[in-house]
Design a binder for this molecule. Structure first.
Ligand SMILES: [Zn+2]
Length: 319
């Protein structure tokens, strides 16, 4: 077996690439690049190719020591052909990632979506190690999830299973980016909290978060955490509301799928401990009694690296 694999996490704001030890799962070396989607898909591809070359050059690893390159992208994937079918956050449509990387490096390339690679990383070396029956829920700009059953990620008939962000929590609710109304993502994501806070500020409410905000820049998870530490009423109220909705979504998952474990990760979970604690407490109280007593919750353990580590192991999956 070859010693290393390369894992790539292609997100809306950055591309994280890592050389990963196939035996220990350790990140030997990583490189970060800004996505700059406005420069087009060709630029994104050339940054990925440059990043791979940098990893090989700086680590001294030879291409013959690499078993595969795995890419996880935030969007809908044709796994069989390695094509990113649609990624609104990246302005990429029908991008043949596999073919383009293989035209530079003659080794197997596998493409999956960003949540599934993160779940795969957590299953191999993180919070879900040793568990083959769990659901990962990631909360950041959006809300995403991946379902693992018998150690395999469930893709569904069209490869889109696990879209927890688009389960309906309010029939006549807020408009979601997907076009529907009342989706969980419109209530429980960092962007949803940001909209609530900004709306209240426009109406004249005061908040400690004003001390951290810069005009034209988004409200970050760390600004939210700092405001909660200062017991800011508005931010605490908006975060509590979001976690109520998220706990409803998670309780539905517990009742519907009955997994052994739920792993929660993503920027908002990592940064805002109150959000995590309130969500799991309320999710347990909203679930049916029997699964509620058994369900286990854990925070994702690999942080930013869960995606690249999982992507490095994509080759072992059944497509
Ligand atoms: Zn939606």
């Amino acid at each position: 077996m070859k010693k290393y694999s390369i894992g790539i996490d292609l997100g809306g704001t950055k591309i994280l690439l890592a050389l990963v030890d196939k035996f220990s799962g350790e990140v030997v070396l990583s490189v970060k690049k800004k996505t700059r989607k406005e420069k087009g898909p060709e630029k994104i591809m050339s940054k990925m190719i440059d990043g791979i070359e940098e990893l090989l050059e700086d680590s001294g690893a030879g291409i013959d020591e690499i078993s595969s390159i795995g890419v996880g992208a935030a969007g809908q994937i044709d796994r069989e052909h390695g094509i990113l079918i649609g990624a609104p956050n990246l302005d990429c449509f029908d991008l043949n990632i596999k073919q383009q990387i293989q035209s530079h490096f003659d080794i197997p390339v596998y493409v999956g979506n960003d949540v599934e690679i993160a779940a795969l990383g957590e299953m191999k070396f993180g919070a879900a190690k040793g568990c083959d029956d769990f659901v990962c829920v990631f909360v950041g700009t959006g809300v995403g999830s991946a379902i693992v059953k018998n150690g395999t990620i469930i893709h569904g008939a069209t490869g889109t299973a696990g879209e927890i962000g688009h389960i309906i929590v309010d029939l006549n609710g807020r408009q979601c980016n997907c076009g529907a109304h009342g989706c969980l993502e419109a209530y429980a994501s960092r962007s949803a909290i940001e909209k609530r806070i900004e709306g209240a500020l426009r109406k004249g409410r005061h908040s400690a978060i004003l001390d951290y905000m810069e005009s034209g820049k988004p409200i970050t998870s760390s600004m939210i955490e700092k405001s909660i530490e200062r017991e800011d009423e508005l931010v605490t109220q908006c975060v509590t509301e979001a976690s109520e909705y998220l706990s409803g979504g998670i309780a539905s998952i517990i009742n519907f799928i009955n997994p052994k474990l739920i792993v929660l990760g993503g920027g908002l979970i990592e940064a805002v401990d109150f959000f995590y604690r309130n969500t799991i407490k309320k999710a347990r109280s909203k679930s049916l009694p029997v699964p509620a007593t058994k369900i286990e919750f854990k925070k994702a353990a690999l942080g930013d690296f869960s995606g690249v580590i999982g992507a490095a192991f994509l080759e072992e999956r059944d497509y």
